[in-house]
Design a protein around this ligand. Structure first.
Ligand code: ZN
Length: 406
């Protein structure tokens, strides 16, 4: 089995390398924006959209044009990759996975991608990587990057530079280990397993909310684009990035533990996208129960259910297991003992007590047991592939996921 995996490290660039990376990322952004403007212009004039090859030809012209000759200083492959990104943005738009491509702004997800492994040298023993026009870059070697290098992405976040090394390696198809389990996702408990274990909610956002508010207030008091404003902005971004790191770390730990100990994991097929949609609704269709829903939405996004499910999916696949998604029908109201379905079974948010047979249990555990049973029934007819992975890198303004992904 071929396993594709990415390893991300923090870079320790020299001052000159930092300046160059900023310049190169800026050149990529420039090419993306120029190509997008060009496509829009063609569209308005009723001409057909240029393909990737056509755009590459334009890129060569721009690199030779005296006005934009500085583009020739940047490595050509990453510039072409920016055009590839634009192609994919259009494809995602036409497939209705994302909004129409938008112009990139300076300082927002600055990155450049080197697609050719022949031009990249990875010196693991000395914790350094060679990239065209940047030379040898040192990185914090926090773990071993296994496999053959496929491509490399350099990116900036909160003033730090990172390198993400995409690799491929052949691994033996592992045999799934452990039994099946159902998971109930909730607000008061992040995840409850049908065997009774549960994971506390992280609420990383809540924990940092106060600090974040304070930093945001301080920023709003500064004159825009002044030096003090920039400093305050950097502080806000740092808090955001810390929230993101804490959440990712927590989710990875849970999803790793669960996927290593179970061959099959059943999960409620919650339409996270719908739940997280604006509760306020539109003017034609105003939302109901807006206040409660927006609280729920915030909690869901804060806890990263969507990301958790994505991680479970690929980690189970790595371990030879399966993720089975079941429609959430009556999972919280069915008695696992006698099968009686009633809303009265659920006494409170936390307690479950069957009105027929008197079976008593924590409501989340009952939900997990029912999810597990529904999963078994479903597994009989379908195997894996039930959960579709999200399209990578897509953006939808109404989902809120992109905004939440720190
Ligand atoms: Zn019962």
């Amino acid at each position: 089995m071929l396993r594709l995996q990415a390893f991300k490290f923090e870079l320790m660039p020299t001052g000159e390398q930092q300046r160059q990376m900023r310049r190169f990322a800026g050149s990529c952004r420039f090419v993306f924006n120029k190509a997008l403007a060009w496509q829009k212009e063609r569209y308005e004039q009723g001409e057909s959209r240029l393909g990737y090859a056509g755009l590459c030809k334009r890129l060569t012209e721009w690199r030779h044009d005296p006005e934009t000759a500085w583009l020739a200083n940047a490595p050509v492959h990453p510039l072409q990759q920016a055009l590839k990104d634009l192609e994919r943005a259009y494809a995602n738009f036409f497939a209705q996975r994302a909004d129409f491509p938008r112009f990139k702004k300076k300082g927002q997800r600055d990155s450049l991608r080197y697609p050719d492994p022949k031009q990249i040298k990875l010196d693991r023993a000395n914790s350094r990587i060679f990239l065209p026009k940047l030379g040898w870059l040192r990185y914090r070697n926090s773990r071993e990057a296994l496999g053959m290098v496929k491509n490399v992405t350099v990116s900036q976040s909160c003033g730090k530079w990172y390198v993400s090394i995409q690799t491929a390696r052949e691994v033996e198809q592992p045999l799934p280990d452990g039994a099946a389990v159902g998971i109930d996702m909730g607000i008061t408990r992040f995840a409850t397993l049908s065997d009774g274990t549960f994971y506390a909610p992280l609420n990383s956002f809540k924990r940092h909310e106060k600090r974040l508010r304070k930093a945001q207030r301080a920023m709003s008091r500064k004159t825009r684009f002044s030096n003090n404003w920039k400093k305050a902005k950097a502080r806000v971004q740092r808090i955001h990035s810390r929230i993101g790191h804490a959440r990712r770390d927590y989710l990875h730990k849970i999803s790793t533990t669960i996927s290593q100990n179970h061959a099959m994991v059943c999960i409620e097929d919650l339409p996270v996208r719908n739940l997280s949609r604006s509760a306020a609704g539109t003017t034609e269709v105003p939302g109901r129960n807006v206040r409660a829903k927006s609280g729920l939405n915030k909690s869901i996004l804060d806890q990263g259910w969507f990301e958790f499910r994505r991680q479970l999916d690929y980690k189970l696949a790595w371990n030879g297991g399966w993720l089975v998604a079941v429609p959430p029908r009556n999972t919280s109201r069915t008695c696992p003992c006698c099968g009686h379905v009633s809303a009265d079974n659920r006494q409170s948010q936390a307690r479950f007590e069957c009105v027929e047979c008197g079976f008593e249990e924590n409501a989340d555990v009952v939900g997990a047991i029912n999810v597990s049973r529904a999963g078994h029934a479903r597994f009989a007819c379908e195997v894996s592939g039930v959960v579709r992975p999200p399209a990578a890198g897509t953006h939808r303004s109404d989902s809120g996921m992109a905004r939440c992904r720190a």
